[in-house]
Ligand binder design. Structure first.
Ligand code: FES
Length: 104
């Protein structure tokens, strides 16, 4: 369980299967994903050169950075070149109709 406070960022209805959504946690941009009914959240800042990731397309479990093509696994945060560091992950939970996140 995260040591950070969970905050509400979206409604479950906002994120159907296959969708992605940019939300905010304490001023930080976060990408929220529905991958086959499972919800994931990662930082929306590419670790290569700080570009936003959400404008990229999905490739399996990965989002492809639209700037230089690094891929980030939305389940693990792991990266491919040209990025050298994984993206931070967030925990996701559903309470009623709401989606809440907290940094891992
Ligand atoms: S900013 Fe994302 S790959 Fe360069």
């Amino acid at each position: 369980m995260s040591k950070f406070e969970f905050i509400k960022v979206a409604k479950v209805a906002d994120l159907p299967s296959g969708a992605k959504l940019r939300v905010e946690y304490d001023g930080d941009d976060v990408g929220l994903f529905n991958l086959n009914g499972e919800l994931y959240a990662i930082s929306d800042i590419c670790t290569h050169d700080d570009g936003p990731l959400l404008g990229g397309h999905m490739l399996g479990d990965c989002i492809v950075c639209p700037r230089h093509g690094a891929q980030f696994n939305i389940k693990t945060g792991q990266q491919t070149m040209p990025a050298f560091a994984p993206v931070p992950l967030y925990e996701v939970k559903i309470v009623g109709e709401d989606i809440l996140i907290a940094p891992k």
